[in-house]
Ligand binder design. Structure first.
Ligand code: FEO
Ligand code: CA
Ligand code: CA
Ligand code: CA
Length: 518
């Protein structure tokens, strides 16, 4: 038996208790301020389509200093790339299927409204000395939706699938060294689905071609480079993309597949990162490289490379590198990769380069609370083909944290963990002790390493997602996703956040700041 460590909380905030209030609660002396909410106009009206509006269910956020392309680290003005993962038809298109009886079909207008509500937003934001404000007159403000024109694919799969119409299912993501966002297409099969999903195939002409989704999409918030879908990073339910540069200069991207018993991946570029190259040349690192999948039994990264594993892929019916990339899960299974407990976000430790992966839970294995697994590459080389791993943190009543999802690091190594106990399970049964979904600080160094201290608690049925700091860590941007998600009648919503009273709930992005301007 391991004696319980004596643990002291971080000295920069007073931890809060679990809460079931319909509030975004933060510690004393900290403030949480709403910047933009679903349906807010974000830019100048277009004469054809009217104002572009902030989408639904904001998830991943990446901050880009306004002077980032000159190497600047402005922490008071910048652009946010915000993912809009999925939609809630009741709120967005007014569609509701009763629990029993035949469900009505969706109309074209309803589907188009839902398509406009997903994808992502670029929004210009500025600290005015008192609050973060959206800058509505900025030319940078724009939407990319499921109705956006063709986004070209790069890499081997582009020979079979040249483009995807817009983007959807955008869950988490990452930021490249050349200041673009990587936006990950996750639950793309839901959008056509009639039984449990959004039933876009109710109208044949509105159905999506699923092969166009499940990719990592690169977006330039500054608008210099066109969006691209990078097929070399594989196709699955992409959760996120954590980017680093290896000791030898390769660009490395770690990626989870969020489904029970699916896998953990990494991509290693063929060429080396050259900070002096143009942005257009730097992005080519994402189209030419090797995709690997993790084998935890043997501590090996297995190459999803047709030439290296031809016999195994041929046996699985995969006849080319394009096939391997389009059917990444089948290719990974053919190499006997290790099935995992739903890989959500992963992040690279800023001090030692190890990789922390949130595995949120796995109903097939009775794993209710999930765990955070830490991968250590051989020789601390992100491009290595072997690794070790440990369980860094097990969720549950002892840690006070259940179903870890998005992660972010402070520069000192403190890990920020937000949780996603699904909204129909909150405050019930085995999840009752945890209250609403929260945000936790987990030190990775010192006496308290691996202990979770609660910093925030979200409103009813919400998940806190997308944590991202300004460069100086004076502001934490955070998404409040799906408040009041279980609402079945708009006259009686199950949350009224953020406006209170009898208002409808609205997914929103917030800025959290502490005492002493930091
Ligand atoms: Fe969209 Fe796996 O979270
Ligand atoms: Ca997630
Ligand atoms: Ca993250
Ligand atoms: Ca989740």
């Amino acid at each position: 038996p391991t004696p319980k460590r004596k643990s002291s909380p971080p000295n920069w905030f007073q931890p809060i208790a679990p809460s079931s209030e319909d509030l975004l609660r933060v510690p004393d002396q900290y403030s949480a301020q709403v910047i933009l909410s679903w349906d807010d106009p974000i830019g100048l009206p277009d004469h054809a389509t009217g104002p572009q509006r902030f989408g639904f269910n904001n998830d991943f956020i990446a901050y880009f200093p306004i002077n980032a392309l000159e190497g600047g680290k402005n922490s008071q003005e910048g652009l946010l790339w915000v993912n809009h993962e999925y939609t809630n038809p009741l709120f967005v298109s007014g569609y509701f299927a009763p629990a029993s009886g035949a469900a009505p079909k969706k109309t074209v207008e309803q589907i188009r409204a839902e398509k406009r509500s997903v994808g992502g937003s670029v929004v210009h934001v500025k600290w005015d000395g008192t609050a973060w404000k959206h800058v509505p007159s900025s030319q940078y403000n724009r939407r990319i939706t499921a109705l956006y024109p063709e986004i070209m694919l790069t890499g081997a799969a582009s020979s079979k699938i040249p483009f995807g119409i817009g983007t959807l299912g955008n869950c988490s993501g990452g930021r490249t060294p050349w200041m673009t966002a990587l936006s990950c297409e996750e639950n793309y099969p839901d959008f056509n689905d009639i039984e449990k999903g959004f039933r876009w195939k109710d109208v044949a002409s509105e159905a999506i071609d699923e092969r166009q989704y499940g990719w990592v999409v690169e977006i330039d918030p500054f608008g210099e480079l066109p969006p691209q879908k990078h097929s070399s990073l594989g196709r699955f339910k992409h959760e996120n993309a954590a980017v680093t540069v290896s000791a030898g200069g390769k660009l490395v991207v770690y990626m989870g597949d969020d489904e029970m018993d699916q896998f953990f991946y990494k991509y290693v570029s063929h060429d080396s990162y050259n900070p002096a190259a143009s942005r257009a040349d730097q992005r080519k690192l994402l189209s030419h490289g090797t995709l690997y999948v993790a084998d935890l039994m043997n501590g090996r990264w297995l190459a999803l490379d047709y030439d290296r594993n031809k016999a195994k892929f041929d046996k699985a019916g995969l006849k080319s590198q394009a096939d391997v990339l389009i059917h990444t899960r089948q290719a990974a299974a053919a190499l006997k990769a290790t099935p995992l407990d739903r890989c959500e976000d992963c992040e690279v430790h800023p001090l030692d380069g190890s990789i922390y992966v949130a595995m949120t839970n796995n109903a097939k294995h009775g794993n209710l609370y999930g765990q955070i697994v830490r991968f250590v590459e051989a020789n601390d080389d992100a491009a290595s083909e072997s690794f070790q791993y440990e369980i860094f943190l097990a969720g549950g009543p002892k840690t006070g944290l259940a179903s870890p999802d998005n992660l972010a690091f402070r520069k000192n190594g403190d890990l920020i963990v937000v949780c996603d106990m699904s909204s129909d399970k909150l405050n019930r049964g085995a999840y009752r002790p945890f209250g609403n979904n929260g945000l936790f600080v987990v030190p990775t160094r010192g006496d308290s390493a691996g202990d979770a201290f609660q910093f925030a608690s979200g409103p009813n049925e919400a998940e806190l997602t997308g944590p991202w700091f300004t460069e100086d860590e004076s502001t934490l941007f955070l998404s409040v996703q799906h408040p009041g998600e279980e609402t079945t009648d708009l006259s009686t919503p199950t949350s009224h956040w953020p406006h209170g009273g009898t208002q409808l709930p609205r997914p929103s992005i917030v800025a959290i700041r502490g005492p002493f301007g930091g």
